[in-house]
Ligand binder design. Structure first.
Ligand code: HMG
Ligand code: MG
Length: 299
């Protein structure tokens, strides 16, 4: 009924840090990513090549991406919004390019300053050039389960944008619950329809935990045969252009749940917690994942 193995894609260094007020030094980011590389994670999204005026916390994208120690077997990805970002990401020799847009018009406009129609040619060019440079491309689709400006999003709208992104050549699409409004039954009803159109092997899920439903949503997705989930260590994260968006589901909590369910992740708990403690110290704030709360109460 459940998969034997699941891939957890760590988005903490990007989604986790992009909304933080505390600016972490390049040295600390590099040390943190190097620690994450030792945990058994096979995929780490390390930064964003976006306009630093929009996302100041990741203004050091090039330095971070070029200074990390790349461990064989780990894919290092970064967010890219346009040709300018792609150029820098290719110079930094990022393994995988992640493009992103929203299923809702208003969030797309707030987040990347373009309508959905205006976004297609930009991303099409990015994908074409990334593939020509022999990089794989992942897509993100935000506000799939609800938009901070428009509320519920019609599944036909999600399907329409998804078709365009696959036509461009993305190898995987991550469906974002950007503001953490999804609930398990909603996720299942959505996937029942969506998976009639797209193969589940090419779909990942990206749950934010704003209302505490993210682990339940992952459970509901597992029941539907889904095997790729994005998460952020300690539950860091949020989109600055989605009011109310809080952290991603915590990698440490997802890993705990999956392992206890007998689902292999290949990630070592202790190393994960060491990395969580490290970034907690750098940020000088308490991470709110359940694993970290328990870990702290043991001290
Ligand atoms: P724009 O202002 O429309 O861009 O921004 P533009 O092409 O008109 O250029 C304006 C200025 O930006 C120029 O500089 C460009 O050089 C510069 P100026 O001449 O004024 O000095 N610029 C750039 N600089 C560095 N890198 C670049 C770049 N592009 C232009 N790549 C843009 C358009 C998309 C760039 C902007 O809106 C932007 O950076 N947005 C990023 C927003 C963002 O990162 N949001 C968070 C990530 S998405 C998310 O969190 C959701 C996700 O997690 C999934 C989920 O949870 O649902 C993925
Ligand atoms: Mg996100």
């Amino acid at each position: 009924m459940f998969p034997n193995k699941v891939t957890i894609k760590e988005v903490g260094p990007r989604d986790g840090l992009q909304n933080e007020k505390t600016i972490i030094t390049v040295d600390d980011k590099v040390s943190w990513i190097n620690m994450l590389s030792e945990t058994g994670l096979s995929y780490i999204e390390v930064t964003s090549f976006v306009n630093p005026k929009w996302i100041p916390a990741l203004a050091d994208c090039f330095e971070v991406a070029t200074r990390i120690e790349k461990k064989p077997g780990v894919t290092y990805a970064a967010l890219v919004p346009n040709q300018k970002g792609l150029e820098k990401a290719l110079q930094a020799d990022i393994d995988e390019i992640s493009i992103f847009m929203s299923a809702s018009e208003s969030h797309n406009l707030k987040n990347i300053n373009k309508s959905i129609q205006e976004t297609y040619p930009v991303l099409n060019g990015v994908v074409k050039d990334a593939l020509a440079a022999e990089k794989s491309v992942r897509g993100y689709l935000s506000t799939v389960f609800g938009c901070p400006y428009e509320g519920e999003i019609n599944i036909d709208q999600v399907i329409e944008v998804t078709e365009k992104l696959f036509e461009m050549g993305v190898s995987e699409l991550s469906l974002g619950d950007t503001i953490g409004v999804a609930t398990p039954r909603q996720v299942q009803l959505f996937l029942e329809q969506f998976l009639k159109r797209f193969p589940k092997e090419k779909i990942a899920l990206h749950f934010h935990d704003t209302r505490g439903t993210a682990l339940a949503n992952i459970f509901a997705s597992l029941e539907m045969g889904m095997t790729v989930f994005d998460s952020s260590l300690g539950g860091l994260g949020g989109c600055p252009y989605a009011p109310g968006a809080s952290g991603n589901v915590a990698t440490d909590d997802v890993n705990y749940m999956l392992k206890k369910m007998g689902i292999e992740t290949n990630i070592e708990d202790e190393k994960l917690l060491d990395a969580a403690q490290f970034i907690e110290t750098c940020l000088n704030k308490r991470l709110m994942s359940h694993s970290m709360l328990i870990n702290r109460s043991k001290c």
